[in-house]
Design a protein around this ligand. Structure first.
Ligand SMILES: [Zn+2]
Length: 90
């Protein structure tokens, strides 16, 4: 049996999102509460045994402008699935 005491629970929450590539502030907690926060690319990668970063997690955030610039340099275009067709189905 366990007895519990009251304690203070603290947690961390995101207060600001900055683009890792251009340093643009994407979103600030409390500042943009009335508008829809802009979307951005959020990447988190757990590298595996066959990589040079074995057992590391790499994460970063990219704003829409930098995302546009990055994908425009790809040799092969990204695959795009347009969800608009699903919304218009009646
Ligand atoms: Zn950026």
């Amino acid at each position: 049996m366990k007895k519990f005491r009251k304690g203070i629970i603290t947690h961390e929450e995101v207060s600001e999102i900055t683009c890792n590539a251009c340093n643009k502030i994407i979103w600030v907690f409390g500042k943009d509460t009335e508008s829809i926060p802009p979307d951005f690319l959020e990447v988190s990668k757990d590298w595996g045994y066959s990589s040079k970063w074995d057992l590391e997690n790499h994460s970063f955030d990219i704003c829409m402008s930098c995302y546009d610039m990055i994908i425009s340099n790809f040799k092969h275009p990204i695959q795009v699935e347009d969800y608009q067709a699903f919304i218009n189905v009646k």
